[in-house]
Each structure stands twice: as structure tokens, then as C-alpha cells.
Design a protein around this ligand. Structure first.
Ligand code: SAM
Ligand code: SF4
Length: 446
């Protein structure tokens, strides 16, 4: 696919028209998104950001979801030039490690103690180190031996049958980044291994959906090629999934290239500035309003705080990108450098102080409010009705089980305020559930 990017200045009437449609949650066409990406004067940018905030609140309320990645293996047979796990990285310190099942459970427990309920399993592509039966054992062990409630997975593309098996294990979202939609760049960046096959990767989301995943997570790795092309292409990819399966991506991640020890690239070939990054977040929010927009700790703290205000709805926090990175361990290679080192407690506090609602909730995945059901609920505005009380219930668990005293106090204030704002028909039931949590019960949700 080739795309011509229109760099003509956006005329204000046209901009207002596009933003009005987006505000009505109609999404953006690829052309409209491409136009919004060319905006750079402050007044238009402000309009764009304000609309993104309004859309985020209309779909998700004021919640910001928190999670952590759990790296299972840094062993990889691919050679992505930008990644510290690539097979040709033989630098000192690039020790390969695949966690044993007990080690994976130990890491999950450490994260659970910190208050996490949802984790993203991440691993390199090496079937000899981590095949499907390994994954099954890990997933079953974490679910049965820890209080972690939902596991998502970021792993190499698989066959339809394999996706079916992964889904049956109870994995929530299958996530896979296209890295770049620009085929010549893709070929240069992925010189060998299974990942060198562009077609195999770009069809991964189709196979995942055919295999039963209603919830898939997409992303383009920013910094490899012109971001305008990448964002427009990702939106076109999402439209394809909507047309074929009736549902688009559950999440869109916005990974930006970071330095990585042992990577073959020493800098991004097409760097994306912070100002461009913010524009991208806002455009994704408007283009696919029902998708969670996920920002990782690759980004610096101040920028992460800003993008909460313009459309980001999920943040990883307190992350390690190294297998075994949360416990006492021998060092092994990490995937890339993390910029935001704040703990989950600090993130809960920052989000709360900004007037947003930190959410550790996982209820939707466990109540079947996923895939097209999630979208239907979102369209009817019901997400807020379920999600606000559920987010408050898990925040109460966090305040009681894991928070520092100062953060707990802040959480309790939010719970009192937001609980009081619930519709009268919900309030009594909510207060009862809250009371049960305070009395020691856990995992109560709508
Ligand atoms: N190995 C699988 C794959 O490549 O799809 C899944 C896990 S991989 C560890 C997860 C993602 O990390 C990749 O899709 C890539 O976008 C991202 N990544 C790799 N190197 C990076 C870097 N130096 N900076 C930022 N993100 C990076
Ligand atoms: Fe392996 Fe994934 Fe890193 Fe590529 S990005 S080297 S496939 S872990």
C-alpha cells in the first residue's frame, strides 16, 4: 500500500467538521486522520486535544487502566535490528533466559503483592525455549497459584489453530505490533528469522480473530518510518478487521523506539518528537474511539502524564523488560531502556491527583464483555455504568492490600466521591459490595 500525504494546511472549517464528527464517536477515515496529523499550529492542536479528551471521557469515563508486563523469555531466533533480544546480539550481558514455571509464578506473585491484577506476558520468538505447552503451563499456573485475574499476551504470530489453543487457555487480549507497515523498511529491519516474513506478520490479527480472539491489540513501532504513513496504515488495518470480523482492535499501543543494548540500530531512522507523539495519541483516540490507547514506560514520565489528558486510557507502570526483572535474580538482557521508573503506587497517586480514576479492574474480560459485546456496550454508554463501580471496587482492594498510607487515603477519598456520584439505582448495591471488600472478601464485580 502506498499513501500520499497531503501536507496542505488544514482549513479551519474542514478541521471543525472532522472534529465534530469525531466527537460524535464516528471515528475518522484514513484521509481525515492523515489530515489531522499535519496540524501544527497551537490553536488547532488545542482543538484536537480537547476533542480527544472529550471522546475518551465519553467512552471510558475518567478511568486510566494500569498493568505491568511480565517478560517470560528473552530468547529469540529473529534479528530485529532495533531489539536487544535479537539473535545476533552476543554482547556481554546479553544472557538468554526463559523463566521456569515456578519463576514465572514468583514474578506474578511479586506483581500481585504490589497491587496488579492484569499482566501482559511478553516473550521473544524461540519455539525451542518457549513452545505452546510451555505457555499453557505458565498461564494455568499463574491463574491457579496467584491472584492475577487476567493475562494478556504479546508474542510472535501463530497459526489459527494455535491461536485457538491460546484463547482456550484464558488469555484475554492477543497483542502483536506490525512494527512498520512500510514493506521495504520492514524488510530492512527484519533481515532473518520467521519475522522476516511481512505477509505472515500482517495477517496475524486476521488469524487471531479467526482463532477466536475477539480482542486483539495492534501497534506500529514509531521511529522506523514516517509516522504519518504508519498511523494511517494502522487505521486502514483496523478498518479491514472491522469490515471482516465486525470488530476492530481492542487496544492500540503506541510504542516509540528506545535505545537497546546490543541493538544494531543506534538511533531511530525516522524519529518522532514528543509533540508528534501527542498528536498521534489524539488521532488514534479519535479514529478508533472504542479502542484502549496504551502507553508504555518507554515514554518519559512528564509526557505520560500529558497524554492521559488527550486520549491515552491504559498505562503500564513499574515495568521491567527483562525476564526475572521483578525479583532477586542474575541479570539477563533487557529488551530496551525504560524511561518512566515510577512504581504502581506513584502512578495511582499521580493519576488520582490529576482527577482521573486509576483502574485495576479486569471485570469485562471475566464477564464476557469483550470483542463486539464490549463495543455494543460502549455504544450504548454502558461501559461507564459497569466500569465506574468496578474500578472503585478494585481501587478499594488496592487501598486495603497494597497502597502506601498516603495513596490509600487518596484512594478512599476518590471512592467516597465517585461512589456518591453513582446513579441512585446502583448506589445501594455498590455500598454493599464495598462493605464486603472492607470485610475481607475479594474479586467482587458487576
Ligand atoms: N517477540 C515478539 C514480537 O516481536 O512480536 C513479541 C514481544 S516483543 C518483545 C514486543 C515489542 O517490543 C515488539 O513488537 C517491538 O515493537 C517492541 N520493541 C522491540 N525493541 C524495541 C525498542 N528498542 N524500543 C521500543 N520498543 C521495542
Ligand atoms: Fe525477537 Fe520480538 Fe525482539 Fe524481534 S522484537 S528480536 S522478534 S523479541
Amino acid at each position: 500500500m502506498e499513501l500520499t500525504i497531503n501536507r496542505a494546511p488544514v482549513d479551519h472549517r474542514l478541521l471543525d467538521d472532522i472534529l465534530a464528527r469525531a466527537q460524535a464517536l464516528a471515528g475518522l477515515s484514513v484521509e481525515e486522520a492523515a489530515r489531522l496529523l499535519t496540524i501544527d499550529e497551537p490553536e488547532s492542536l488545542n482543538k484536537l486535544f480537547n476533542t480527544a479528551r472529550t471522546v475518551k471521557e465519553a467512552v471510558f469515563g475518567r478511568r486510566v487502566v494500569l498493568f505491568a508486563p511480565l517478560y517470560l523469555s528473552n530468547s529469540c531466533t529473529n534479528n530485529c535490528l532495533y531489539c536487544g533480544f535479537r539473535i545476533d546480539n552476543r554482547e556481554q550481558g546479553s544472557v538468554r533466559r526463559t523463566l521456569s514455571v515456578d519463576e514465572a509464578v514468583h514474578e506474578a506473585r511479586l506483581l500481585e503483592q504490589k497491587g496488579y491484577k492484569r499482566l501482559l506476558l511478553v516473550l521473544g520468538e524461540d519455539r525451542s525455549a518457549s513452545d505452546l505447552s510451555y505457555l499453557r503451563t505458565v498461564v494455568e499456573a499463574i491463574y491457579s497459584q496467584t491472584g492475577i485475574r487476567i493475562l494478556h499476551l504479546n508474542a510472535a504470530p501463530m497459526t489459527v489453530e494455535e491461536f485457538r489453543e491460546i484463547k482456550a487457555m484464558g488469555v484475554g487480549v492477543y497483542q502483536c505490533f506490525q512494527e512498520t507497515y512500510h514493506e521495504p523498511t520492514y524488510r530492512r529491519m527484519h533481515p532473518s528469522g520467521k519475522k522476516a516474513d511481512f505477509q505472515w506478520r500482517i495477517e496475524a490479527m486476521d488469524r487471531a480473530m479467526e482463532g477466536g480472539f475477539g480482542d486483539v491489540g495492534m501497534g506500529a513501532l514509531l521511529g522506523l518510518y514516517d509516522y504519518r504513513f504508519e498511523v494511517a496504515s494502522l487505521i486502514a488495518h483496523a478498518r479491514h478487521l472491522e469490515a471482516r470480523f465486525g470488530v476492530g482492535p481492542h487496544t492500540i499501543s503506541v510504542p516509540r523506539l528506545q535505545p537497546a543494548a546490543g541493538a544494531a540500530l543506534d538511533r531511530a531512522p525516522s524519529p518522532v518528537s514528543d509533540a508528534e507523539f501527542k498528536k498521534i495519541v489524539a488521532v488514534y483516540r479519535l479514529a478508533i474511539p472504542y479502542a484502549g490507547v496504551v502507553i508504555s514506560t518507554r515514554e518519559p514520565a512528564a509526557l505520560r502524564d500529558e497524554v492521559i489528558e488527550i486520549g491515552a486510557s491504559q498505562l503500564s507502570a513499574g515495568s521491567s523488560t527483562e525476564p526475572g526483572g521483578y525479583g532477586d535474580h542474575d541479570r539477563s538482557a533487557s529488551q530496551f531502556e525504560v524511561e518512566d521508573h515510577r512504581s504502581i503506587d506513584e502512578m495511582v497517586k499521580v493519576i488520582a491527583e490529576k482527577g482521573w480514576l486509576p483502574s485495576l479492574c479486569t471485570a469485562c474480560y471475566r464477564s464476557g464483555r469483550t470483542g463486539d459485546h464490549f463495543r455494543e456496550l460502549a455504544e450504548e454508554g454502558d461501559i461507564k455504568q459497569f466500569c465506574l463501580p468496578n474500578a472503585l471496587l478494585t481501587l478499594q482492594e488496592y487501598a486495603l492490600d497494597s497502597a502506601t498510607p498516603e495513596t490509600a487515603e487518596l484512594c478512599n477519598r476518590i471512592i467516597a466521591r465517585e461512589g456518591g456520584s453513582l446513579a441512585a439505582s446502583l448506589r445501594e448495591g455498590f455500598m454493599k459490595k464495598l462493605g464486603r471488600i472492607k470485610a475481607g472478601e475479594r474479586d467482587i464485580f458487576y
